[in-house]
Design a protein around this ligand. Sequence first.
Ligand SMILES: C[S@@+](CC[C@H](N)C(=O)[O-])C[C@H]1O[C@@H](n2cnc3c(N)ncnc32)[C@H](O)[C@@H]1O
Length: 295
Amino acid sequence: MAQLATPSAVRAVLEKYNVHLRRSLGQNFLVDANIVRKIAAAAGLEKDDLVFEIGPGTGVLTGVLATEAGRVVALEIDRSLLPVLAETLAGLDNVTVLHRDAMQADLDELAAAAAPDAAGRPYKLVANLPYYITTPLIMRLLEKRFNISRLVVMVQLEVAARLAAAPGGKDYGALSVAVQYYTEPEMLFRVPRTVFLPRPEVDSAVVRLERRPAPAVAVPDEELFFALVRGAFGQRRKTAGNALAGSGVMPGWSRAQWEQALSAAGIALGRRGETLGLAEFAALCRVCAAGGGYR
Ligand SMILES: C[S@@+](CC[C@H](N)C(=O)[O-])C[C@H]1O[C@@H](n2cnc3c(N)ncnc32)[C@H](O)[C@@H]1O
């Protein structure tokens, strides 16, 4: 498949099947065999692994995944790429390409259909994600609690920084908390914009998200936990107390009640929302849940 990883090979195969690249679908294809190999290697695939790929494109990464894993299921939304994939992946009998929108697909169901003998076993996910849905897609995969043990994803550099950010920095936000609640993220390596066809306007990075056996912190009410996170980050330059008091998360709570809750959770009143770690949000969630009045 490495031979596909050049601009001329990608152009030739797209031309042959009369495929027109669609920026609206985030179609920036990899044209660097070394990066393709590095992404696959980062997944640490084994011969009995089932691996999902979102957006196989021309199949440049799919082919490498197929040589390293037991089975690959690739979900591609663009029907016009299906004949391309039929050609580039011909002869690989452990690859299934499905015409699916990854924002709608039930991965657990597709995994059970692809590998009935391995029902209930966790699988991996590897993708050069389309930029236009990176964040909602990662959030969907985590919130649905699909049985994924590890995600290796290429995303915009700026999104990668947010996924792995620690409290207090400019990149830390509601996305960091949510991703770190479910997974341990690790920024692996930067990828320059020059290795894509067409060339995007920003650089990318590959991130590995290792699913935690249980969420990073115990909370009595996940919906309340994430409402507090969104509330605290809603107005970044305000203190957590001011931001939460204006958020409507605990309807009817006065400023004084919020101050009491923050103190009870061990959070100093002058702190801004973007400095709060997961354990502090969890402590605040416990106090608020005990106080009642949410929902
Ligand atoms: C950044 S390209 C990656 C292509 C290929 N894997 C590569 O690395 O060269 C993203 C791919 O995702 C596909 N795609 C976009 N939105 C999708 C969705 N909602 N579900 C599945 N595939 C999608 C695009 O058609 C495109 O093939």
